[in-house]
Design a binder for this molecule. Structure first.
Ligand code: FES
Ligand SMILES: [Fe+2]
Ligand SMILES: [Fe+2]
Length: 499
């Protein structure tokens, strides 16, 4: 399959800009010209810099400010188009003039914030940023010229100037989008792994020197990567935060302590040791924090919950919101629980049944009418499986597993693929191909539940897993035996097959 033509051409163009080393010398000259006065001015310039980065705001402000010229100049462009089509009144002309001025004011503010961020980029990112600034600067100049021309009564020329400026703005926006979405400039670069969820020993306290940042590592089994954490000892206290700087990934463990902050060696962001928040930019985003305790001379750390985190610690949060089925389950009589099988055992058995169904269909000849019946049974069992997981298991394991959101997406994938497969002739090669793809998708999904989510679910404790197991078995039974549910499911399968 050919790549989309526009995307390919744009990619080639962007590649050329990224490789244009001739932009480096003027780029660094501009940076130095900006840096010197700021260094001379000292802390007022630093405060201004923090405001322009968005450090006080907890978010870069450049992307918000650009909405002003984007919206205002697009409004003016639209009104000019209407005027060209004959819909022209004094009021629309005045509105267009005001929009042009508002856009120009917004563009100046956005440019100031953008320049403040740009000076901390390097290499290919800096080159794209330079072109982004030049193109947007041209857009601003054209709009200012348009305002002047309109003021002199040269409406036609004024409209042409702002139309050209609007086109420049679109190109500039494309380049800005490339920097954020592709090159990840301005996005949070810190490692936000939830590990370690329980206190984990990482270093003997004796090895930690006063005010000397020290890197330790923990393993994230789900992401399959090592997470760096920086420890700083201050007297009897030990602080711990993520070692990867949220600004651009600088190594904070190679930074230094200054006035109660840890300074990033790359661009000088200063993170408060107590809270992990940047008190000085360019960073706008707090570092991940870790709770620290000392046990038998060892420093132990545990990831601290952040607002918006799904779940971090293994301890079952007392305040965790209870979903409706979860609440029902808690009221289940406790004396019945020990006899029941555990939830993961029930689900594993059902996975195996579904796998066997796939094998049987694959082993059944294409022309055999039984193949269609078996496929319907498979569709039905898959739907039941997803139903019981979505209603009982996933809400229950949500507090102890990070896998639930992706599992929901995988369920959706499975049902999309199943719907496609049901429409095909069971004797056709397409059916064979789709069935194998569906089997692979199901096996991947069930396999990752077995390897990861079921293991994490053990944190809920044996009794709770048996309660859940019993509820799952009851719901499975009900789904299979209830006439109404069966009829509804069959109807759905027929509709998917297209009768
Ligand atoms: S990477 Fe830029 S301040 Fe840390
Ligand atoms: Fe599942
Ligand atoms: Fe499952």
């Amino acid at each position: 399959m050919k790549p989309p033509r526009f995307a390919k051409a744009a990619n080639a163009g962007l590649g050329r800009i990224e490789a244009a080393t001739s932009l480096d010398t003027p780029g660094y000259a501009v940076e130095t010209a900006m840096a010197r006065p700021a260094q001379i001015a000292g802390s007022p310039a630093q405060r201004l810099g923090n405001a322009l980065h968005g450090t006080w705001f907890g978010h870069p402000i450049h992307p918000m400010l650009v909405t002003l010229p984007l919206g205002s100049w697009t409004l003016a462009f639209g009104l000019d188009l209407l005027a060209a089509l004959g819909f022209r009144t004094r009021a629309t002309e005045r509105t267009a003039d005001t929009a042009l001025r508002a856009g120009a004011a917004g563009a100046v503010a956005a440019a100031a914030a953008g320049m403040a961020d740009w000076q901390h980029t390097n290499g290919r990112d800096r080159r794209v940023g330079t072109v982004h600034a030049l193109v947007n600067g041209t857009a601003l100049a054209l709009h200012v010229a348009s305002i002047a021309l309109r003021g002199r009564g040269q409406l036609r020329e004024g409209r042409m100037a702002s139309a050209a400026g609007w086109a420049c703005m679109v190109v500039g926006g494309y380049l800005g989008g490339h920097m954020v979405y592709r090159r990840r400039i301005g996005v949070d670069q810190a490692d936000r792994s939830p590990e370690p969820r329980d206190f984990q020993p990482v270093l003997p306290l004796a090895e930690l020197e006063e005010n000397r940042p020290r890197r330790v590592e923990v393993w994230d089994g789900i992401e399959r990567k090592t997470i760096g954490i920086v420890l700083v000892r201050q007297g009897a206290r030990v602080h711990a935060m993520g070692a990867r700087c949220s600004h651009m990934g600088g190594p904070l463990d190679q930074g230094w302590v200054l006035g109660g902050t840890l300074v990033c060696p790359w661009h000088g962001s200063r993170y408060d040791l107590e809270t992990g928040w940047p008190v000085s930019g360019p960073s706008t985003c707090p570092q991940p924090r870790y709770a620290v305790r000392l046990q038998h001379g060892m420093v132990e750390i545990r990831r601290q919950q952040e607002p918006g985190d799904e779940v971090v610690t293994t301890a079952r949060p007392a305040h965790a919101p209870m979903s409706a089925p979860d609440a029902r389950l808690r009221q289940a009589p406790r004396d019945q629980a020990p006899q029941a099988r555990k939830a993961d055992e029930v689900l594993f058995e059902h996975h195996q049944l579904i796998r066997r169904l796939f094998e049987t269909i694959l082993a059944t000849p294409g022309e055999d009418p039984q193949r269609r019946d078996l496929l319907r049974t498979l569709a039905s069992e898959l739907e039941i499986h997803e139903h019981v997981e979505d209603h009982i298991f996933y809400p229950a394991v949500h507090p102890v597993s990070e896998d639930v959101p992706i599992a929901h997406s995988e369920h959706r994938q499975l049902s999309d693929l199943l719907a496609e497969t049901l429409k095909l002739n069971t004797a056709s090669p397409e059916f064979e191909e789709h069935l194998r793809a569906l089997y692979a998708a199901m096996d991947h999904h069930a396999g990752s539940e077995e390897r990861s989510m079921f293991r994490e679910a053990q944190r809920l404790g044996d009794a709770r897993l048996r309660e859940l197991g019993q509820a799952l078995e009851e719901m499975l039974e009900d789904q299979r035996t209830s006439r109404a549910r069966r009829a509804f499911r069959d109807l759905k399968i027929r509709l998917l097959e297209g009768f």
